[in-house]
Ligand binder design. Structure first.
Ligand SMILES: Nc1nc2c(ncn2[C@@H]2O[C@H](COP(=O)(O)OP(=O)(O)OP(=O)(O)O)[C@@H](O)[C@H]2O)c(=O)[nH]1
Ligand SMILES: [Zn+2]
Length: 438
């Protein structure tokens, strides 16, 4: 439809740097005088790259502004911005005048009062003399049409929103309900939306995962490192106890990384401290080959990687290190030692010889730091837990620079993992500027 253009006027075109990246920010006013905002990245009109991802988001001061957990608006907005920024193309059309599903802020708060007394979100609206959903999407459709985004992939769990946009001439070629955290506080609200407002039953995690891991999927060789550390940079307390430092969401992320690689590398200290299995359990995926970097062959023969046979294990030991006899799933590889351990490049070369080109350096702090210092890492995922340990086993460490302008600032982005924040550093182009060269 081309009649939309009379409904909205574009009044400003500027940009917004925010925690997810830099967005084009466009201001609109509709014919009722209501102001709307679009946050966009990439070319929305081009059909070459397929329909852009668009979130048509209803204003929610409590959710978007205050981080309320009574609804999922804030989480939806965050997930949409993060996914669009990760993919580099798409838009959030932020609709003012939609507060409280169109009944306004004060009325929404009155509806909350009724819900506090036991009513559900639909009945509360009806009891106050409102429709269950009073929103219209004329402005949204007009804004999208003015941007040339008339074929879109809609980020929403609400089929009524799709129908409304389609009726206004926007072709919705797919609809995805982004995954957002489940919270006890909004469980009832979300259940009501599904039961009474026909919202989608399950969240679609695929898009979010594509945003997070799209860069590292495929079959090309890649070296990924991961580290979970406290906000003050430790992976464990002084006793070495670090098992519960990061969240279950971070554990799932780690298992996803394991499932994406051919081999997972750990140092002997990590095996001694945690006795990890290094298999993929929290998600579905194939187990990687397990690689223990152990120049003096001090790993206990009782360690799980040397006994459980769950996946093949490569035990990398020094040329003269004495070793016990090992079970069939363990292969002993001998490497020449350097001043302090094996050269990361030598380890990677030995793995590549065996067809293991996709490698995850999983831990601990010293092993990851050695690979980082050697400039051998393409992607670093650093999960920061909101915890202060004060002193303990250090996480990422390297010699560093005297001045801040010598610090390593590769392209990065972040995403929440439950209470933790995961920082993804893309070190591919920055290798010359990485710690190795600092
Ligand atoms: N009246 C009322 N409005 C609410 C309540 N909780 C959230 N809202 C408003 O609902 C709007 C968001 O609508 P939702 O039904 O949560 O989600 P949706 O936009 O339809 O669907 P998605 O695209 O999947 O997020 C926002 O404007 C919120 O202010 C409530 O209990 N009562
Ligand atoms: Zn809300």
């Amino acid at each position: 439809m081309t009649t939309h253009s009379s409904v909205v006027t574009r009044v400003a075109t500027t940009s917004l740097p925010c925690r997810y990246g830099v967005f084009d920010m466009l201001g609109f006013i509709d014919d009722a005088g209501i102001e709307h905002v679009v946050l966009a990245q990439g070319d929305l009109a081009s059909d070459e790259a397929g329909p852009p991802m668009v979130r048509v988001h209803s204003e929610c001061l409590t959710g978007d502004g205050f981080g309320s957990w009574r609804c999922d608006c804030g989480d939806q907005l965050d997930a949409a911005l993060a996914t669009i920024a990760a993919v580099g193309r798409g838009a959030v059309v932020y609709l003012r005048g939609h507060e409280g599903r169109g009944i306004g802020l004060a009325e929404k708060l009155r509806a909350y009062e009724l819900q506090d007394a036991g009513m559900d979100t639909v009945d509360a609206n009806l009891a106050l003399g409102h429709e269950e959903d009073a929103r219209t999407y004329h402005a949204a459709a007009a804004i999208l049409a003015s941007l040339g985004a008339t074929r879109i992939s809609l980020l929403s769990g609400n089929p009524a929103k799709q129908l409304a946009l389609e009726a206004l001439g926007i072709e919705v070629v797919g609809r995805h309900n982004l995954a957002v955290p489940t919270r006890a506080e909004n469980e009832r609200y979300l259940a009501t939306k599904r039961a009474r407002m026909r919202h989608d039953p399950a969240a679609d995690t695929d898009l979010e995962l594509l945003g997070r891991y799209g860069d590292i999927t495929g079959t090309d060789p890649v070296v990924i490192a991961q580290m979970g550390q406290s906000a003050d940079g430790f992976i464990a307390a002084r006793s070495g106890d670090g098992a519960e430092l990061t969240s279950v969401e971070d554990r799932e992320h780690l298992h996803r990384l394991r499932a994406l690689v051919d081999a997972v590398v750990v140092g002997a200290s990590t095996v001694a401290a945690d006795d990890p299995r290094l298999t993929v359990r929290s998600v579905t995926g194939a187990d990687p080959v397990r690689v223990v970097v152990d120049p003096s062959a001090r790993t206990s023969p009782a360690a799980r990687v040397l006994t459980d046979g769950a996946a093949p294990t490569l035990w990398l030991v020094g040329e003269d290190a004495p070793i016990p006899s090992v079970p069939a799933h363990v292969t002993v590889l001998r490497l020449p030692e350097q001043r302090d351990g094996f050269a990361p490049a030598a380890i990677l070369a030995r793995l590549a010889e065996r067809g293991l080109g996709r490698v995850l350096i999983e831990g601990g702090g010293r092993t990851v730091s050695r690979f980082l210092t050697a400039g051998a890492i393409d992607h670093l995922f650093l999960t920061v837990a909101p915890v202060l340990i004060g002193d303990g086993v250090p996480g990422v460490r390297f010699s560093g620079a005297d001045r801040l302008d010598g610090a390593v600032r590769p392209p990065s982005r972040s995403f929440p993992l439950g209470p933790d924040t995961c920082l993804h550093f893309d070190l591919r182009t920055g290798r010359a500027k990485g710690p190795a060269a600092a």
